[in-house]
Write a protein that binds this ligand. Sequence first.
Ligand code: F6P
Length: 555
Amino acid sequence: MDKHTPLPTSLPAWLQLNIHQSKIERLHMRDLFAEDPERFQRFSVEACGLLLDYSKNRIVPETMELLLDLARQVELPCWIERMFSGSHINNTEDRAVLHVALRHGSDGALPEGDSDVMPAVQRVLEQMDTLTQAVESGTWRGHTGKRIRTIINIGIGGSDLGPVLAVEALERFHHEGMQAHFVSNLDSSQLNQALAQSDPESTLFLIVSKSFTTQETMCNAASAQSWLIQYLGDPTAVSSHFLAVTSKPELAMAFGIGPKSIFEMWDWVGGRYSLWSAVGLSIALMVGMKHFRGLLAGAHEMDKHFRTTPLERNLPVILGLLGIWYRNFFSAGSHAILPYDYALRTLPRWAEQVEMESNGKRVSRDGETVDYATCPVIWGASGNNGQHAFFQLLHQGTDLIPADFLAAIRCQEAWPGHEAALIANALAQSRSLMVGRTDEEMRRSLKESGLEGEALEAMLPFREYPGNQPSNTILYERLNPRVLGSILALYEHKVFVQGICWGINSFDQWGVELGKQVAKGLLRDIQSKQLERVRDGSTMGLMAYVRNKSKWDKK
Ligand code: F6P
């Protein structure tokens, strides 16, 4: 275990931030912009192909100074070094946290205990190279000799979301004639949908599970295997159609996958940080290793930026600290992620896991129950669609909801008129959320529309826009593998910064275990038709109801 770390609330910077918050809480960003013509220059940074404008936040220069003091007082630079040097910062599992090694390229050694992890990383990358080339060239074929045309990734959580996001985001780079499906849900409707669109003779299944015990994945993998054998009429067909990515090769072999078809991953890669490993095999098969390596290069660039850039110009540090500012000093309960780039439509779902599974903790690294808020609810959707769905709440709801706007200057596939309209909408939303509309402006506009007197006054409260809703804007030229890598690594490191500030271990996930155990027990009961075991009244009632309606007893 690490040395005892003081809770952040006891640090001088935290106390000063509290005092500072009460001084500036009533300031309106509209006025802050009016007073400081340099505000955009002061509060924006460019790095790794990304421009981060954080000027539309409820901050003044002193706020950033105090937040940076907090980062120093929690020893953030030292923790960053500890991560990169393979120290076991995942203390409850006694593991290093080295997803940065997966994209470290030929930039030297990265240690884990007494050894360097890089040779193993390179070995798996070469194995991925060989496989993707074999599939692309047609040397790897299905059991009946057909070329592989369909990839079905079976995995859940980190073994699904990152690959889904990247495969969608990089559609412009897909190999022609290849399609990918992702199956994660226990409800076999999702598997059926994928199978219905696939030809067993030309389908390659990737069974992706770090633990190789995850119920959803194992269940889907077994059904996919039966489907394949049923169609091809030969159990030996499995070897040409199934690959595994796992840190438990012995379990993959027991499932029937040969050692050469197993891609290794390691304890020091957390599931939600694993898309850079062979977990990203579906990405590599869809876009080729050149672009997969481009993705890694973009993430590595962000890693170097995070490790070496002074805190005040460090993108993940700034994003992380602003998140702390709203969560802990304005009690903001949620944070929205709003990509104005259709390619990034799954970014909010991916970020939900990275942020909430990492920092949704109520106990410090030392096991102390914390007396301050940690991870907010992360949510969002493609911004343009969100405008016509939930933005009403951002504009006129009762909560302070900080948001990240992400927008490409150039779209993926630009029809005339779309590109400019899309970016105009993104900028219009962040501006409207920030400035709102004063009573005076509203009066004027209602008058212009023909309203006056009592009717105008009655309408005013409904048409009021308070504004002062904070947001960050992240702009990039056009999404490509490299930019995508940088964006995803930016969010990973933002989570790291916040975990350090909150004094929690961002790399375990004990909270998900209880539900898994309870589900196992209930499944056993259902299978053995023993519903008498005493549980809470609600669960007993629901189980009895389900039993009466289902066909279990009749089987
Ligand atoms: O149950 C949560 C979790 O362990 C996630 O952390 C992980 O990404 C997911 O399940 C899948 O795990 P695995 O890759 O071991 O199947």
